[in-house]
Design a binder for this molecule. Structure first.
Ligand code: SF4
Length: 485
């Protein structure tokens, strides 16, 4: 019988996954075990996901970032999805969620799991919807069938919107934007048409048994999350959160790992209270937040509006940040949107880790600042979060090799370069200190995700090619080391 990471942690076992996580985070394996045993951290790790390099999600560890990928009825095919997976891992996603709702769901999911060194999450309700003519026709049996199949396919965590109850729905009547979660809106419609309780709530203990069998982690969905600032922190959101607290305890009783999803759209001054309330209601279960967006006025720039909220949520204790791309509210993200969204969120996660004084987190900043002051342009590029972008912008105006050790760039120009002027003045005073005690990132206590290059997962378990349904999938090149200069 499979025993979950939670069950084994409670039993006092330090598993291989816990050892690996401890290595990546520079922490004591026993500390990792304690955090998992107490439900304060999760290691999404389906026993059928062979390519996985285990990672941990919890407020005591480096803040993680999730990237959503997936197709829709309108756009993207299987190869396009694998390309997005590769881009997500390359640009530093710690987990990916396959939110496909279009054709070839099984093949895309199996290819993603086979090729992903990071945990893969899904929302099984989407497949259930795809298998019926009318969402109201979804049955308990169909939901459990889909969930069991996806668990067998190796999905590491699933969003289960079990906290949206019939009695919560009237609380959304006065909202400006109603129910904006896809899962939440589908379930609300189902409950109204069938006059029955949420089927995911009704079958929750059956789902727990499936999850325990395959060690799938719950990501308890927030189907009533606010979709605009005006709806943030309202009665509907907090009524659902109370139910999520109850479900957290039920899942743990079954030995299943749990994290809890959070809003959405929240004014900056309410974010810390939201995080603290979730931690209290859900007994410290890792909080996995979408953004939140701190203003509603900037479609086209919502990777920025939400990364501001994500940084504040991370500082306040959120464990994982679900990225938002510039296409949010506007269209399905493509590869370049994935890159921009991940850059924004890696910045937010790292800023939170620096603010929370995570071990070694600031070392990366210090190393880059030293390279900057020394006019070591090549090192500055290689340490940059997105080395290609940094080099590209620099070289747009000063492309020649001779400018790679120039004591200025085109921003201020040679005469007004303040760092050169400052260095010259200190040289003249005789008190110029050359930075010969450079920060040694190799010796840093920082977690892997807090050191360059981002996207440095161990891809050793990713197979060269996989045949699924008669189609051979060949992964794009390895995700490791490409962002290093
Ligand atoms: S020119 Fe300005 S931006 Fe460029 S290195 Fe000097 S101080 Fe920095």
């Amino acid at each position: 019988m499979v025993r979950t990471q939670l069950q084994r942690a409670r039993n006092g076992d330090v598993t291989d996954a816990m050892e690996r996580v401890a290595e990546r985070e520079n922490r004591d394996p026993e500390f990792v075990r304690e955090q998992v045993a107490d439900g304060q951290a999760v290691i999404p790790n389906n026993t059928a996901h062979d390519a996985l390099d285990p990672m941990v999600i919890g407020r005591e560890f480096a803040t993680k970032v999730n990237a959503n990928i997936g197709n829709s009825e309108e756009t993207s095919d299987r190869d396009g999805e694998l390309e997005k997976l590769h881009a997500a891992v390359h640009y530093g996603a710690d987990t990916v969620m396959d939110l496909s709702t279009g054709p070839n769901l099984d093949a895309i999911r199996e290819a993603n799991v086979a090729h992903s060194p990071v945990p893969v999450g899904t929302v099984p309700l989407y497949e259930a919807v795809a298998r019926v003519d009318d969402p109201a026709d979804i049955t308990h049996e169909l939901l459990l069938d889909v969930i069991e199949k996806q668990a067998r396919q190796g999905v590491d965590y699933m969003t289960i919107h079990a906290g949206v109850l019939m009695e919560h729905l009237p609380l959304t009547d006065d909202r400006k934007t109603g129910i904006v979660s896809r899962g939440g809106s589908i379930l609300a419609q189902w409950m109204e048409e069938n006059a029955m309780q949420n089927p995911l709530y009704a079958t929750f203990e059956d789902i727990c048994e499936i999850f325990a069998k395959h060690d799938v982690t719950f990501s308890l969905g927030d189907g009533l999350r606010p979709g605009c600032l005006a709806d943030a922190s309202d009665d509907a959101q907090f009524a659902e959160l109370d139910t999520l607290g109850e479900l957290t305890r039920t899942a743990r009783d079954h030995g299943v790992q749990v994290m809890v999803e959070g809003p959405g759209h929240v004014p900056m001054n309410e974010i810390a209270d939201n995080v603290e309330r979730q931690q209290d209601v859900c007994d410290g279960a890792p909080f996995y937040v979408l953004g939140p967006l701190v203003t509603d006025i900037a479609p086209g720039y919502d990777h920025i509006t939400s990364a501001i909220g994500a940084a504040e949520a991370g500082r306040a204790g959120a464990a994982m940040l679900c990225y938002v791309t510039p296409k949010e509210h506007l269209g399905l993200p493509e590869r370049e949107d994935v890159r921009d969204g991940l850059a924004a969120y890696r910045i937010a996660a790292h800023a939170a880790d620096v603010a929370n004084d995570r071990p070694g987190a600031r070392d990366w900043d210090d190393a880059l600042s030293e390279a900057r002051y020394e006019f070591d342009w090549r090192r500055q590029f290689s340490l940059a979060l997105d080395p290609d972008r940094a080099r590209e912008y620099h070289d747009q105006t000063l492309p020649g090799d001779n400018y790679k050790d120039a004591r200025f760039c085109s921003m201020c120009g040679v005469d007004f370069c303040s760092m050169r002027i400052d260095q010259d003045a200190r040289d003249a005073d005789g008190d110029m200190t050359r930075l010969d005690d450079d920060t040694d990132l190799d010796a840093s206590a920082a977690a892997d995700v807090n050191r360059p290059p981002v996207g440095s997962h161990d891809a050793a378990g990713v197979p060269d090619e996989v045949e699924i349904g008669g189609v051979t999938f060949t992964p794009a090149e390895s995700s490791t080391d490409e962002s290093a200069d």
